[in-house]
Design a protein. Structure first.
Ligand code: F6R
Length: 243
């Protein structure tokens, strides 16, 4: 694993955007796996800035997002579909047909998860997967549990995740209780992985995930087994890693 220590959130975002840009420049028709949440917002902002300067071209880029809430319309402002358009897709020249997220409005979980897995395969797999890190070690919506869930599946969100996400909704009751997410194998099959982390509140989980034992109780710990992972974290998030 390569670890880059960033000064702060802005520096982390710029470093991450550099790696994503390099991927797009080297393979203009690449498949990017993308994440939502607060962490990648600065990275997307930086990509948009470079696109506007004429340094990046998304015309052939394809994207697959990690996850989507189950039961939220795409038009809902809290859907990940909406988030991605708001922070990235609306501002760059990506083709709408090349944008993929799980369909949160498909009630048949088995059908939707199989469709999404097959779609990723049909695109030739993910070239570079961007990840954030949950406080409990989740990646995508793979929450701590007894075993690693392999494929795209429907999850019941952990109380802590619901609590963390309530800031985006008017009330905690409105936070969806389920989501579709890529599984651990789906994520691990990406050719390259870029995980970004910011803030002192993530220092304990950065230490546990990347320097502790590999266990499904800390889902991100599985990334220690991937042979091309880059962790970009700011000083605060790296403040508890062993020397
Ligand atoms: C988002 C996702 C989540 C987030 C994680 C960290 O698509 O899959 O795993 O990456 O919850 O969220 P933030 O960045 O808001 O701390």
């Amino acid at each position: 694993m390569i670890i880059y220590k960033a000064e702060d959130y802005k520096d982390m975002s710029r470093k991450a955007a550099n790696i994503l840009s390099a991927q797009v420049i080297m393979k203009p028709d690449c498949v990017l796996g993308l994440a939502t949440g607060s962490t990648p917002i600065g990275t997307y902002e930086q990509l948009v800035e470079w696109y506007k300067k004429g340094d990046l071209d998304f015309a052939k880029v394809k994207t697959v997002n990690l996850d989507e809430y189950k039961g939220l319309e795409r038009t809902n402002e809290q859907s990940y579909y909406h988030f991605m358009h708001q922070h990235l897709f609306h501002h760059v020249n990506i083709e709408e047909d090349n944008i993929h997220l799980p369909n949160g409005m498909e009630p048949d979980a088995k059908k939707e998860c199989a469709r999404y897995e097959q779609l990723i395969q049909s695109l030739g797999g993910v070239d570079l997967q961007l990840l954030g890190l949950g406080h409990n070690g989740h990646i995508g919506f793979n929450e701590p549990c007894e075993v690693f869930e392999k494929d795209t599946h429907c999850v019941d969100l952990a109380e802590r995740t619901i609590e963390a996400n309530k800031r985006f909704f008017d009330s905690i009751e409105e936070v969806p209780r389920q989501a579709y997410t890529m599984g651990i194998r789906t994520i691990m099959q990406a050719k390259k992985i870029l995980i970004i982390v910011s803030g002192e509140d993530k220092a304990d989980i950065v230490r546990d995930a990347f320097f502790g034992p590999v266990t499904p109780m800390v889902p991100a710990s599985i990334l220690q087994m991937h042979n091309d992972v880059t962790l970009i974290a700011d000083k605060a998030a790296l403040s508890k890693i062993p020397e």
